[in-house]
Design a protein around this ligand. Structure first.
Ligand code: N01
Length: 545
């Protein structure tokens, strides 16, 4: 490693890049990538549409926004000093704390220096003659770069449905994924929330505490388990920090790259009494770890149905009105959509100032001057909150006009679903790396851990290119196809593919239905990435000018 900044060795060509690499996004992925590039003496410029670092955590400032992976694990591990010095206050970090952490990382490694903020990358075009990308910003700047590195996130392209009559509505409008920086005061207001994904589930209880009345418009209910969030004690933090490396190593060896109480036992291995005890225990642990009660919840329909029954018995203990409990009960596999971790979500429906509106038939028909019309009823609303999700996994990539070899655009390439080689590269888009996205464990692992593994892989690759005088790396079509087959094969065993969700892209009209992340597990994925390198960048075409 070196701290000096030197340009990658360039062969004689008339077209020289302005920088070695352009990094898009200043979230976890972009920040770590920039850090690694700098360590290797590779020149880079970063861009982000936001005014500061944070990525999706910059924008998702809605009330109650919080991570569903434990904070001691949803953080960088590349620097022991960093992980020792930062003190997380809660089991699951809130958005402000995560943003503060990312700001701390940016300061500590002086990363803002290389980023241009308030600037969106609009287009990138590969020039086959010079093995470079021409990248264009919304400010009209053009940067020629050898490598184009996307760290644009899986859940960062917000979607908001358009309703008839929108222009007539005179009230306030908010979107959870683009929440204003200044606090929003709902005191005394009638608020309509559209959506029942994690964003609505986290924000409803807090908005309901303030507002005069909240109407939650539900098209499809979601399974929610209690997050069981709490403050972290000095003792438990100290215990992890006493061997943080060992703790991380254990997590790294697991299927999802994060540790949680997971029982490698089938539901059928236990007696009925033992099953109930196990489910009660996991319920107390809460959140995503609830799925660790048995190893076949997401693979066996009968087990899944039994767990859903247990879940319903717990909801019946909380929700006072059985009709509301019925409405809140999903008609799909438990945990098929990402399991939501909530705090007082179901309790909130016992409040007099909260109404659950079944919007599963006619839905939201139109917006009016004073509110909206849903299922034939007019509602007067002072504010409408859209908690309507994201064009997940691919949207943040396909919203950029990316053109690879032979004039092919990324939209054309991915028309039938995302095709990648090891989730990092796309055949026909040489010298481009698409990180922590489709084709890698990404959203099924800890995004931060994935960002580090990807950042290391890409940095090592660029050093290899430099050391060997290479100027082009492109995935071979047959290698990409075999990885796409592996991604598809892995997903077939899971019940997760069997419902509509953003994992399969069904929440975006016209999007190809493909289970986008790699569900084959973290260790096999990491091994595959290592094998590719050990075998001389197997599956890639490498060239020099
Ligand atoms: O989005 P979603 P989200 N009329 O897609 C509804 C992560 N995240 O932002 O299901 C009426 O889950 C839509 O209804 P339906 C996490 O990975 C994490 O909440 O399509 N409703 C659905 O209910 C999460 O899974 C955290 O019928 C409409 C909702 O909008 C992911 O982000 C917190 C509609 C969208 O739900 C996405 O969560 C927040 C319409 N026209 C987010 N259009 C944590 O870490 C859409 N909907 C805990």
């Amino acid at each position: 490693m070196t701290n000096q900044t030197q340009s990658l060795e360039e062969p004689a060509t008339t077209v020289q890049p302005d920088v070695d690499a352009v990094v898009v996004g200043a979230g976890f992925t972009g920040l770590y990538m920039m850090h690694r590039l700098r360590q290797e003496g590779i020149t880079a410029r970063g861009f982000d549409a936001a005014p500061d670092v944070g990525g999706t955590w910059y924008w998702n400032r809605y009330p109650g926004a919080r991570c569903d992976i434990e904070s001691m694990q949803y953080s960088f591990q590349f620097d022991e000093d960093l992980q020792q010095e930062w003190r997380w206050t809660e089991r699951y970090a809130s958005q402000p704390e995560i943003l503060a952490y990312m700001g701390h990382v940016a300061d500590r490694y002086n990363l803002r220096r290389d980023f241009t903020f308030d600037t969106r990358i609009e287009a990138a075009t590969f020039d086959e003659a010079s093995h470079t990308w021409m990248v264009e910003t919304d400010g009209g700047e053009k940067i020629r770069t050898r490598y184009f590195i996307m760290g644009v996130g899986c859940l960062s392209a917000p979607i908001r449905p358009t309703f008839e009559g929108e222009v007539n509505y005179k009230g306030e409008v908010y979107q959870t994924s683009l929440w204003p920086k200044d606090p929003v005061d709902f005191t005394g207001k009638r608020v309509g929330i559209i959506g029942t994904g994690s964003s609505a589930i986290q924000s409803l209880p807090l908005i309901a505490k303030e507002a005069e009345h909240v109407y939650l418009y539900q098209r499809t209910p979601n399974f929610v388990v209690p997050a069981q969030n709490r403050s972290l004690s000095d003792e438990e933090v100290a215990l992890i920090k006493s061997d943080y490396k060992g703790f991380r190593a254990k997590a790294y060896a697991g299927l999802t790259a994060f540790l949680f109480p997971r029982h490698d036992q089938s539901y059928f291995d236990l007696s009925p009494e033992e099953r109930r005890i196990r489910l009660d225990e996991q319920w107390e642990i809460g959140g995503l770890p609830f799925l660790g009660a048995f190893n076949d919840i997401l693979f066996d329909e009968e087990v899944n149905a039994e767990v859903a029954k247990y879940w319903r018995s717990r909801i019946d203990e909380i929700v006072e009105d059985p009709k509301i409990a019925d409405l809140l009960t999903p008609d799909e596999f438990f945990g098929c959509k990402r399991l939501c971790a909530g705090t007082n979500y179901y309790e909130t429906f016992n409040r007099d100032n909260v109404s659950l509106i079944d919007a599963s038939n006619l839905g939201i028909e139109r917006l009016t001057e004073t509110g909206l019309r849903a299922e034939g009823v007019d509602y007067d609303l002072d504010a409408i909150v859209y908690a309507t999700g994201f064009d997940a996994m691919t949207g943040s990539v396909t919203r950029i006009k990316i053109t690879g070899t032979n004039g092919q655009t990324i939209q054309e390439k991915w028309a039938d679903g995302p095709a990648t080689y090891i989730g990092l590269t796309i055949s026909g888009f040489p010298n481009m790396f698409n990180m922590v996205s489709a084709g890698s464990p990404s959203v099924l692992a800890t995004m931060v851990t994935c960002a580090e593994q990807h950042g290391d892989w890409v940095a090592d690759c660029l050093v290899h290119m430099r050391d060997n005088g290479l100027t082009l790396i492109d995935a071979r079509p047959e290698a990409e196809q075999s990885w796409v087959d592996e991604v598809n094969r892995a997903s077939q065993h899971s019940l997760r593919t069997r419902c509509d969700s953003w994992y399969v892209g069904s929440n975006v009209v016209g999007k190809a239905r493909v289970f986008a992340p790699y569900i084959g597990g973290w260790p096999p994925y990491v091994q595959k990435c290592k094998d590719v390198v050990a075998n001389g960048y197997e599956g890639f075409t490498l060239e020099s000018l």
